[in-house]
Write a protein that binds this ligand. Structure first.
Ligand code: ATP
Ligand code: ZN
Length: 612
């Protein structure tokens, strides 16, 4: 009995045939990807390409079931392929151990697929695939999970919202004065330890804290900001003692005694708040010599050390020791490279010891509950435990959506929100929305530019492709950009005689051209570069599309068969993860800290400053 008989019977001959002929691209072979590849192999897909840049880690094995212990350090894409072929050896899977952003995955390669499925974990790669699918005009199924929460949606050029149609969430922010002077929650102390003290002691020396502080200045906090600047300067001087025996002690006394006493002298600050209590080095040292630290107790397993909250004496010992270890590490690196610096890594034991002990000592000063190292790791590393079942359910949903697309019933696709913790209603769905007329990504004109990148210059491109068109539309001055760099604008014409190749605009790259007067950035043309050695002499370009077509549109509002009415959500239901808008109940604040960088903002000025 053929393996696919069951799927064939359930899906019917017609759909099963479409599935067999469908060329599918899967991006990401992690938590969702492993489940998805198994589903594809079992439901009759026969032509699958998959891309993943990573290798298998021990921590993947609890949920990425295509991988086993003997596969650690091997390519995820290749091992996923081998394991999936065991489910169904009669299919064709091509695995690429590579970054999907690599130029070899150009628009023409994307065009060769009938459907693209994302199983990614980051905004940048998702945005890239979204853009490539828009340019190639291939339907994309987007997905994401976070703990018990999951989401799937379908994207099709000109018919639905694209990945970038809805604004992406900004990361959680904290006012600088809360972090530096008046913390009231464990996370404030963790952010201070990880993003401020760690980088001041071990980060780049030129890392300019003053600039950030100035950006946060308001009439009310002028004095405090000036004080904080002085505080940072004094710390910089202490840093010069790095490597000496009493360096850890000097740092301790500076940040846990002197700076706290300085804060205490600002009496106004503590009128309506509990005032901090400075730590006294000698007193705690005495506690340690009296044996108040369990940390050297060899009978206690590492796991227990991780999970219980350390005493004051224990945090003290770990603080001093981790400053010493990190200093040694930095100085060793600086011996080879004077510009070397360290950055916080939750998986580095020295960094994690430092952040745990530092944040706990600060918590004790401000009468905030200290946390175990396990919890600090979770909060500092923004870790939300992945749940295998959520990934499996979402991977199933992706395949269900693909059936609708293959049956040419895109209008039956939905955005599906899954919340495994909200029983009994674990699924919510919403009709797909039409493209957002304000979206800067999908409202652009997408064009494939076949070009002899070795011969054609930027001047040729501007003369022939941008200005030399026969549509009576003078586009005027333009700005040309590639990968975030400006290649040309009216005041920067140095590159005019350089070839595409010299400008590193090669096969697979995306070039954006926008009219100089286009303040809203809604009329850009995105050119996907495809190198060609044309046979006809002096032919260097072939343009597949009409540049600036969006300019000619009378109305940007598109009509289609999708519902334009979004169900209005309760405020507490709306939240976001990795850029997908979603509904869910309000979550614990600690979990909401997003991304490794913490942004500090002054709510009064709305300026955002990354202080990581
Ligand atoms: N630009 C990219 N190109 C190719 N693959 C990518 C790219 N960005 C991310 N990925 C892959 O997407 C997958 C996402 O899977 P998942 O979210 O389960 O992450 P993970 O790294 O396996 O797990 P965790 O982050 O929890 O350790 C990963 O395997 C990752 O390598
Ligand atoms: Zn869009």
């Amino acid at each position: 009995m053929p393996r696919t008989l069951h799927a064939e019977t359930v899906l019917g001959q017609s759909l099963f045939q479409k599935i067999s002929n469908c060329r599918v691209l899967m991006v990401g072979a992690g938590g969702i990807g492993c489940e998805l590849l198994k589903n594809l192999a079992m439901s009759g897909f026969r032509q699958i390409e998959l891309v993943d840049l990573d290798t298998i880690d021990l921590s993947n094995l609890n949920r990425q079931f295509l991988f086993q212990k003997q596969h650690i350090m091997k390519s995820k894409a290749e091992v996923a392929r081998e394991s999936a072929l065991k489910f169904n050896p009669n299919i064709n899977i091509i695995a690429h151990h590579a970054n999907i952003k690599s130029p070899r995955f150009n628009v023409e390669w994307f065009k060769s697929f009938d459907i693209v499925m994302n199983a990614l974990d980051n905004l940048d790669a998702r945005r890239h695939v979204n853009m490539m699918c828009l340019v190639a005009n291939v339907p994309l199924i987007e997905s994401g999970t976070e703990g018990y929460l999951g989401q799937v949606t379908a994207i099709k050029k000109d018919e639905t919202e694209c990945y970038d149609c809805q604004p992406k969430p900004v990361r959680r922010t904290y006012p600088v004065c809360t972090i530096r002077s008046t913390p009231s929650q464990p996370i404030h102390c963790i952010v201070w330890a990880k993003s401020y003290l760690f980088s001041q002691l071990f980060g780049l020396p030129e890392d300019d804290d003053d600039e950030r502080l100035e950006a946060e200045m308001t009439q009310e906090n002028v004095k405090e900001i000036e004080n904080l600047k002085k505080e940072t300067q004094a710390l910089k001087q202490i840093r010069e003692a790095m490597g000496t025996a009493d360096y850890p002690q000097k740092v301790f006394k500076k940040v846990f005694t002197d700076d706290i006493n300085r804060l205490l002298s600002m009496e106004d600050m503590w009128q309506n708040r509990k005032s901090p209590v400075a730590l006294k080095y000698e007193e705690i040292e005495k506690l340690v010599t009296e044996g108040n630290s369990q940390l050297n107790n060899t009978e206690e397993s590492n796991t227990l050390k991780d999970q219980r909250v350390w005493s004051l004496a224990e945090n003290f010992v770990v603080f001093l020791d981790s400053v010493r270890r990190l200093s040694e590490k930095l100085m060793k690196e600086q011996a080879n490279n004077p510009n070397a610096s360290l950055s916080f890594d939750k998986d580095d034991p020295d960094s994690l010891d430092f952040v745990t002990a530092t944040s706990n000592l600060r918590s004790i000063i401000f009468d905030i509950e200290p946390k175990s190292q396990f919890k600090v790791k979770e909060m500092a590393g923004n870790i939300i435990p992945a749940i295998a079942t959520t990934n499996a359910i979402i991977a199933g949903m992706i395949v269900m959506q693909s059936f609708k697309i293959l049956n040419e019933k895109l209008n039956e696709c939905k955005t599906i929100f899954f919340d495994g913790s909200r029983r009994p209603q674990i699924f919510l769905s919403e009709s797909l929305n039409p493209p957002n007329p304000e979206c800067r990504v999908c409202n652009n004109t997408h064009i494939i530019l076949k070009v002899n990148t070795k011969k054609a210059t930027l001047r040729d491109f501007l003369d022939k492709v941008i200005h030399g068109r026969n549509d009576d539309m003078d586009i005027g001055e333009v700005i040309v950009e590639e990968g975030g760099r400006i290649i040309y604008d009216v005041e920067y014409d140095d590159n005019l005689d350089a070839t595409f190749e010299q400008l590193q605009i090669t096969d697979g790259k995306l070039v954006s051209v926008k009219p100089d007067d286009d303040i809203d950035e809604q009329n850009s043309s995105i050119f996907a570069i495809s190198h060609r050695d044309f046979e006809t002499p002096n032919t260097w370009f072939q343009v597949d599309g009409e540049p600036f077509a969006a300019r000619n549109k009378i109305s940007v509002t598109k009509s289609n068969s999708f519902s334009k009415q979004k169900r209005k959500l309760e405020e507490s239901e709306v939240d976001t993860f990795e850029g997908l808008s979603r509904k869910r109940p309000a979550m614990n604040e600690e979990i909401l800290v997003e991304d490794d960088d913490i942004i500090v903002t002054d709510s009064g000025t709305q300026k955002l400053i990354v202080i990581d």
